[in-house]
Design a protein. Structure first.
Length: 344
């Protein structure tokens, strides 16, 4: 919601409107209204929109990337100083992982709703993996080139407007327009999935009410960031890292559980929903919580300052990597000892 508002605001600024609180309010209402309205149109409409906007936005992104590559001062890029692998590269990878693979890891079951029953496991895996990896690589590469031209990019209040200002008007207007449409579809998919998330925890609610609840929450956060906090990038990164600690440790347990047990045994309906449901598996749950707790203890961001956030963890995002590794090792040890006990 915040990114979409900033993108729409950047579009209006390119068209000649001056930056103001009123413009921000108008853009937020327009973007939020479009996202909420479209999310109520139904799954078929959302899928068709997503399909076409992805093609259009993807093409415009490639054109913008090629323009930036062509007009890059390569001497300035190659002369940029190298950072530290331990305190620079790995934390940066953690942030990227939190905003991409880790952040979307929880959407697997929801994502499967949009797949054809005729799709093979390998085709879905390849589509998700390479469909996420290739655009990310292009965008990261373009971001590196932009950072050489715009050193203030990372600290800009509206980085999207700054990027739009670097493009010629004949390119920035259609690019920002398609970018707005692309971000709307992301917001729509999230709002549309709200009812499924509530059903998962046992709350039966109509789609329209679920969308309304979700919209109130995201609009509240958007209002706080855009009009009270006034700072987006650091708050966004802190939010990703805070959530990423819990998600990374959960995904470590989930992946190991699938690789060792579920890939052979599968998921049985009776065990999940029937009388033979074993209830909560406390050991895997504890492995997840211990990994997340360790990550929080070394976290250092706007949300939380852990007591152990010193040394390489100070001002770093290695907490995500630590939480994943610790949960993976703990659950791996549990599976190993439980398997040995079964043999005995």
């Amino acid at each position: 919601m915040i990114t979409g508002t900033l993108t729409l605001k950047a579009l209006f600024q390119v068209l000649g409107f001056s930056d103001s609180v009123t413009l921000t309010v108008v853009c937020m209402v327009l973007f939020g209204g479009l996202a909420i309205t479209i999310s109520l149109l139904g799954q078929a409409t959302v899928v068709v929109m997503q399909s076409w906007i992805t093609r259009i936005f993807g093409t415009m992104t490639l054109i913008a990337a090629l323009y930036i590559i062509w007009h890059t001062d390569w001497q300035a890029v190659l002369s940029m100083p190298s950072g530290s692998w331990l305190t620079g590269f790995l934390p940066a990878v953690s942030i990227i992982a939190a905003g991409t693979g880790i952040g979307w890891g929880i959407a697997g079951a929801d994502y499967s709703r949009y797949q054809s029953e005729r799709s093979s496991k390998s085709s879905i895996f390849n589509a998700v993996t390479f469909g996420a990896m290739l655009p990310l690589f292009i965008l990261l590469f373009t971001g590196i080139l932009l950072s050489a031209r715009l050193p203030e990019l990372a600290s800009a209040e509206n980085p999207i407007a700054l990027i739009g200002a670097e493009l010629p008007s004949w390119m920035s207007i259609p690019y920002l327009l398609t970018a707005t449409a692309g971000i709307i579809t992301i917001a729509v998919l999230s709002l549309y999935s709200a009812s499924l998330n509530l059903l998962t925890i046992g709350i039966k609610i109509r789609q329209v009410y679920a969308v309304a609840i979700d919209a109130i929450l995201v609009m509240g956060v958007a209002i706080y960031i855009l009009f009270i906090s006034g700072e987006f990038i650091n708050s966004f990164i802190a939010f990703l890292l805070f959530c990423g600690v819990f998600l990374a440790s959960w995904e470590a347990v989930f992946m190991l559980d699938y690789a060792v047990l579920r890939s052979r045994q599968g998921y049985k309906f009776e065990q999940l929903f029937g009388q033979s449901n074993a209830g909560i598996r406390w050991i895997p749950l504890l492995c997840w919580l211990l990994g997340a707790l360790a990550g929080l203890l070394v976290s250092d961001n706007e949300f939380i300052k852990g007591p152990w956030a010193t040394g390489i963890f100070e001002g770093s995002s290695l907490s995500i990597l630590l939480s994943f590794v610790l949960s993976f090792l703990l659950y791996g040890l549990y599976l190993m000892f439980s398997h040995s006990a079964e043999k005995d």
